[in-house]
Design a protein. Structure first.
Length: 123
């Protein structure tokens, strides 16, 4: 017990935080938002392909799913970035949150493009 305090004291005194390697709740939240954004981007791409091919419902449902899931992922990523009190490697999920924001915006763009093309195909 005394040895543990002696080994951890220099890090606490110097003010440097040790890197966190495990899955923290913040990392889990950011990773979930990033996975949702990735799924939304894939669905948006499939919906865009269906809108171009004019198959089925022209990708309207997929476009709406991509738009809504992308919006939720961006909101989760921004929220995770807002509450993070450190940079990458601190266990706050900063990298995952940034990926969620970028992929969510890509999903929103693909969903919007697919929705416009789907409505254009109907007319």
């Amino acid at each position: 017990m005394i040895v543990r305090h002696l080994l951890t004291a220099p890090a606490a005194v110097s003010g440097l935080a040790a890197p966190v390697y495990g899955l923290t709740p913040a990392r889990f939240w950011a990773s979930a938002a990033a996975l949702l954004a990735l799924a939304a981007a894939i669905i948006g791409g499939i919906a865009l392909a269906r809108a171009v091919r004019r198959v089925g419902n022209h990708g309207r449902r997929g476009a709406i799913v991509a738009l809504s899931a992308g919006l939720v992922a961006v909101a989760g990523g921004v929220l995770s970035l807002a509450v993070a009190d450190g940079g990458p490697g601190t266990g706050n999920g900063v990298i995952g949150a940034g990926a969620a924001v970028v992929l969510g915006l890509v999903a929103i763009g693909l969903g919007r493009l697919a929705l416009v093309r789907a409505y254009r195909a109907v007319r």
